[in-house]
Design a protein around this ligand. Structure first.
Ligand code: NCC
Length: 330
């Protein structure tokens, strides 16, 4: 079954699943590597910079595949990126905001446990909805707003219950972590909606948009390395503290970023939030079943809230032109 955009339902489910599983692994791995005492600590700004380089390389390879030639890719990039600076500069703003957000993720996960991080980060469901209304003019009726708030409450409840690791947090700065997450939620909402608006409002293809975005991402990443870790890098070297886990983080950041762009192309930022929520409930359910634990009230209540939220969000909007047919979330 293919949608009007040519993507089948199965493909959409697949990209949402990869996005969510990858994001969960990414957060856990950053948290793990930032809380080790027995190995030298890598400089997170270098990791963000290398992720941008990796995403740029993958986007160029995908363009070669699309054109079936290196020359075709070079021509496409030359005409649509280098010779079209006004279009290319549209990507400057979201890439700076994402650079800030990607660096803040390390600050937050260095100061908070992964569960608190994931729960608080769900606030991005609400910031995204607000930016969708303000920037794209998306109509969200009161019932859908209620659904969005219920979704936030439901996911938070499920995650509170799945968070069974009580870490010793006395060395960490809780306030710093919390402020980093709140700023990240604003960045994620704003940059996500901005990217969606530019991608869907112009003819430029997804992979050219990504090339534009990652070129500025590399510049922003370099600024972060110079301003935050210049002395450290000069003294210890760029790859100081790197081990296989840090390279896996770079790999996951690349997969997560590229899949985010595909999800925004075929779906939208609010559906991204809903699907992440469903997958979080499914993941918690799976881990309860897998480890033979019983469900608590928070998990059951949270799951009911998420289900009700999806139902309410997908109800037909009341319109002046008579009754409407029910449809999926949009
Ligand atoms: O926060 P979130 O996404 O909105 O961040 C979007 C990430 O995608 C990258 N991006 C975006 C557009 C584009 N064209 N190319 C890109 O590379 C941005 O640089 C940014 O890293 C989510 O919805 O929860 C999600 O969360 C992130 C990540 O878990 C959090 O930001 C961590 O703080 C996920 N990223 C990864 O798993 C690497 C993302 O997939 C989903």
């Amino acid at each position: 079954m293919a949608g009007s955009d040519g993507a089948s339902f199965g493909f959409k489910m697949y990209i949402l699943l990869v996005l969510t599983l990858n994001a969960t692994g990414y957060i856990l791995l950053i948290r793990y590597t930032r809380s080790r005492d027995d190995v030298p600590m890598y400089f997170s700004t270098t990791t963000v910079l290398l992720s941008e380089c990796s995403k740029l390389s993958i986007s160029l390879i995908l363009l070669i595949k699309e054109h079936k030639s290196v020359v075709g890719m070079i021509r496409d990039v030359y005409h649509n990126v280098l010779c079209n600076p006004s279009d290319t500069f549209k990507m400057c703003i979201p890439s700076i905001i994402y650079a800030l957000q990607n660096n803040l993720a390390f600050v937050a996960l260095s100061n908070l446990d992964a569960a608190t991080y994931q729960i608080t980060y769900q606030l991005k469901i609400i910031t995204t909805a607000v930016f969708m209304v303000v920037m794209i003019g998306k109509k969200i009726n009161p019932m859908q707003w209620l659904a969005i708030f219920l979704l936030f409450a439901g996911v938070a409840a499920v995650q509170v219950e799945s968070a069974n690791t009580k870490e010793d947090m006395k060395h960490y700065n809780y306030m710093k972590g919390l402020i980093s997450i709140i700023v990240s939620c604003l960045c994620s909402g704003f940059a996500g909606v901005y990217f969606e608006k530019v991608l869907k409002g112009t003819e430029t293809t997804l992979w050219i948009r990504n090339v534009q975005m990652y070129l500025f991402g590399i510049l922003s990443g370099l600024v972060a390395v110079f301003t935050k870790d210049y002395n450290n890098v000069m003294t210890h070297g760029f790859l100081y503290g790197y081990d296989v886990y840090v390279f896996v983080i770079i790999g996951m950041a690349s997969i997560g970023g590229l899949y985010t762009s595909i999800v925004v192309k075929y779906l939208d930022n609010i559906i991204k939030g809903f699907s992440t929520a469903v997958s979080i409930v499914m993941a918690a359910l799976g881990s309860f079943l897998f480890f033979g634990k019983s469900f608590g009230y928070l998990f059951m209540g949270g799951s009911v809230l998420v289900t009700v939220a999806i139902y309410l969000y997908s109800l037909p909007k009341p319109a002046a032109g008579g009754p409407q047919k029910a449809r999926g979330p949009q």
